[in-house]
Design a protein around this ligand. Structure first.
Ligand code: ZN
Ligand code: ZN
Length: 814
């Protein structure tokens, strides 16, 4: 082992392993090895990306390995973020290196891939006869065509190739194993620039070269492409000019601009009394330690203006502001308003950016070149080192919850980050989450209220239509009531816009065989297929499985399929039939796959080239279009029946939000809410826009049943392709939980273990799914329990065939 003079380092490795590791630093790397810098480190028999966290814990240890390389000239995240990463790893039970990897923009991680190639000797053996097993022959046969990675090899051979088979072939010299280092593709984009070093001499230069020097003398530095635009064919002469030392060519970093169009600047409007009071309260708290505010403002009450004033104040005091918004569609609108106010001071972080664009935005924040960042969920990790305020708009929104990989809540992490930095968190919503409002009631958060719409515009008038009376109707009359049809006609004749909301996409969500009555189901999931007319196919919304629209019944072979159940496509075609002159657009997952399509739909609304927008929950989110005067809720009940304790909360939020899209301009708005459950409490509370009434009743249920926010939960999700083995794994995990609770009653007496049970969606994409739910009024005990469970049964959480996902504070219970 190498000897080091230098101290050792604590490194988190971007691998699925818990804990951190100590590495040595070769002399030549000592000055570069700072916290926040990425390194290449040996890990087992491989190499991996690691992140330096600080000095190592055991500098005297003899057998520590040295890092192999330092990958950055300067840190890629500020050291002040390390406590946040550690907290997230600990709280969400996720490997620390993978937490950091998830936080950084993509393309910044190097990883190893093993690939196999056939040798000359192997080729010879393959072409001869004997000496090879059938499997070896197939492996070499595939490798004779191309170098393959282990995964590709397995696919092409059509079965698992056991390690000893590959090592055997390697030992006999028939194949070689190569280790390729991949990834780390995000790099700054460099542009060629040119500037003059000397003035043009009196003689001896061609006219063209003279023109180039004169152009540079008057323009100063120019991009080479810009010079070529001004002086045709200039590029051909630059090398000669550089060699003669007349000009200097250099490279400068170019920031890829994620913004499409220029935005005219705005000036700050006068605040309403309520806005002014809210701004004052938050600004008074800036720079004075940790505090969380909940801004509860009805729809169209001017929350964004409050955010902008607070951000401006934070920037004026020399600090930065981070603004989180739920989804890409909303980011464009918020970004537009912030850009109109703050110009180029804004960085934007969302998944619609290319890897390179994200990397550039990240770097601008890291270097302190911008003071305000707006972004979706993952922007909670924006690398600011001097945050003055963290703002979370529409804090109730489900898209703040990350599913897959590091399961986290960006809203909750934002509050934790503010607490660690001793700064202010400002959460806002028209329909706050039960959890946040509970914190207001218990004194943890301070409440700010905007009880009225700006300019005292009235909240929309909401009329409830009972769909039960229309059950026996056929055709569009079943789901477009006379009231809605009449209102739509009026809106269109006045030249105003309408929004029709249905939280289900496709044409028919419940295709049923007319002959035998069986439903058309996905082959891989426990769910009905949905007919998509535009795609002329049945599709599964969970795994993407698709069958042609001409498919026949699996049970009896009949081709007569009834297209029951509705979706946005059916609503769109019904409105087209009723109002052939109207310009109709649809906004759902199917119409917005292409990059930029959401923006162009929103632009159509703004520029009034669309009269009616039909959409799923995507249309409910915070959009602000003054000419929308009618909102039609086609069926308010769809989210009510989900087997999830938050179904009522989600329904209330969704209905109140979508209703809030109406009447944001000078003309008053109206909402037609169609439902099969007009007496349902959540629907009535949404109709009355009565958050307090909703809260009191819902919190009563949660108390009675011991659900969040009063209790804390961790969900363990077990999934696997073999039904028996998955069930056994789930049962085993349940046993581990129960024996741990029995073994330590003192600590875990109040902890509830629910399950294992089959998940509500028992099969998705061929995976059988089970759940164990851990619940406790004592969050600390719950986490200690989980930590001990992992420590005592590490194999249960590392299994490959029956995977266990740990979801702390789960959001989607199905
Ligand atoms: Zn049938
Ligand atoms: Zn499926």
């Amino acid at each position: 082992m190498t000897e080091f003079a230098a101290p050792s380092l604590e490194v988190a490795v971007a691998m699925p392993v818990r804990g951190t590791f100590t590495y040595g630093v070769p002399e030549s790397f000592v000055s570069a090895a700072l916290p926040g810098v990425r390194v290449l480190a040996p890990f087992g028999r491989r190499r991996a990306t690691g992140y330096i966290l600080g000095p190592g814990c055991s500098p005297d240890q003899k057998d520590i390995k040295p890092i192999l390389d330092v990958l950055d000239e300067s840190p890629v995240f500020p050291a002040s973020m390390i406590p946040l990463f550690r907290w997230a790893a600990d709280y969400y039970k996720h490997p620390l290196g993978e937490v950091i990897q998830a936080a950084l923009p993509g393309g910044m991680t190097f990883f190893e891939r093993v690939a196999f190639s056939i040798t000359e000797k192997g080729l010879h053996q393959l072409n001869g006869d004997g000496g090879l097993t059938e499997l070896e022959r197939r492996v070499l046969g595939r490798l004779a065509r191309a170098r393959l990675r282990a995964l590709e090899l397995r696919k092409q051979v059509g079965q698992e190739v056991p390690g000893p088979v590959l090592s055997g072939l390697e030992r006999r010299g028939f194949l070689v194993r190569q280790v390729l280092l991949r990834g780390g593709a995000a790099k700054p984009l460099l542009e060629r620039w040119v500037r003059a070093r000397a003035a043009a001499p009196a003689g001896g230069l061609s006219a063209k070269k003279r023109t180039i020097l004169e152009t540079l003398a008057s323009a100063g530095e120019l991009q080479v492409s810009e010079l070529a635009a001004r002086v045709p064919r200039a590029a051909a002469h630059l090398q000669a000019l550089e060699q003669a030392r007349y000009v200097e060519i250099f490279r400068r970093r170019l920031y890829r601009d994620p913004f499409g169009e220029p935005i005219p600047p705005d000036s700050a409007p006068a605040l309403t009394v309520a806005q002014d009071a809210a701004v004052r309260k938050v600004c008074a708290a800036l720079g004075k330690g940790f505090r969380t505010f909940l801004l509860k403002g009805v729809t169209s009450s001017g929350k964004t203006e409050v955010y902008m004033r607070v951000a401006a104040e934070a920037v004026a005091s020399g600090r930065s502001a981070l603004v989180l918004v739920p989804e890409i569609a909303l980011i464009s609108q918020t970004e537009r308003r912030f850009r109109a106010r703050f110009g180029e001071q804004i960085a934007v972080l969302h998944s619609g950016l290319s890897e390179g664009e994200r990397f550039d935005q990240w770097t601008r924040i890291l270097r302190g070149e911008v003071r305000i960042a707006i972004g979706v969920r993952s922007a909670v990790f924006a690398p600011f080192s001097d945050l003055g305020v963290i703002i979370v708009d529409e804090e109730h929104d489900a898209s703040y919850k990350q599913e897959g990989g590091l399961h986290y809540s960006a809203r909750d992490l934002a509050v934790v980050r503010a607490q660690q930095l001793k700064t202010v968190a400002l959460l806002g919503s028209a329909t706050p989450s039960l959890q946040s409002y509970y914190h207001v009631r218990t004194g943890k958060y301070a409440e700010l209220a905007l009880p009225q719409r700006i300019e005292e515009r009235p909240l929309p008038d909401i009329r409830v239509v009972d769909l039960r009376e229309r059950r026996d109707l056929r055709g569009p009359g079943r789901f477009i009531s006379d009231e809605l049809k009449h209102a739509l006609g009026g809106t269109l004749s006045r030249g105003e816009q309408a929004l029709l909301f249905l939280n289900r996409r496709g044409f028919a969500s419940f295709p049923v065989c007319a002959a035998c009555g069986s439903a058309l189901r996905c082959q891989h999931c426990d769910i009905s297929l949905t007919l998509h007319q535009a795609a002329n196919a049945y599709r599964c919304h969970y795994c993407g499985f698709s069958r042609p629209a001409t498919a026949v019944c699996d049970a009896c072979g009949s081709s007569k399929i009834k297209r029951l159940g509705m979706g946005t496509e059916k609503v769109e075609s019904a409105v087209r039939a009723l109002f052939p002159q109207a310009r109709i657009a649809r906004m759902d997952h199917d119409t917005t796959r292409r990059k930029g399509s959401i923006l162009s739909l929103l632009k159509g609304l703004r520029e009034r080239t669309v009269d009616v927008l039909v959409g799923t929950q995507m249309v409910a989110k915070g959009h602000d279009f003054p000419a929308i005067t009618l909102v039609g809720i086609i069926c308010a009940d769809l989210s009510l029946s989900f087997p999830d304790f938050r179904a009522g909360e989600r329904t209330f939020q969704l209905l109140a939000q979508v209703a809030g899209r109406a009447g944001r301009g000078e003309r008053p708005g109206q909402v037609i809410l169609q439902t099969y459950n007009p007496e349902n409490f959540n629907i009535r509370a949404a109709r009355d826009q009565d958050f307090e009434a909703f809260y009191e009743k819902e919190i009563g249920f949660r108390k009675a049943l011991g659900y969040p926010p009063l209790a804390r939960m961790i969900q363990l999700r077990i999934s696997g392709r073999d039904p028996q083995r998955t069930r056994q794994s789930a049962e085993r995990l349940g046993e581990y939980c129960r024996s741990l609770k029995v073994a330590d009653r003192g600590n875990f007496a109040t902890l509830d273990i629910l399950g294992p049970v089959e998940a509500a969606l028992a099969r998705i994409a061929g995976n059988f799914r089970w759940q164990v739910l851990l619940k406790s009024l004592n969050g600390g005990a719950l986490h200690r329990f989980m930590d001990r469970l992992i420590a005592e049964h590490p194999q249960a959480f590392a299994a490959r065939s029956e995977r266990v996902v740990i979801d702390v504070d789960p959001f989607f219970m199905m």
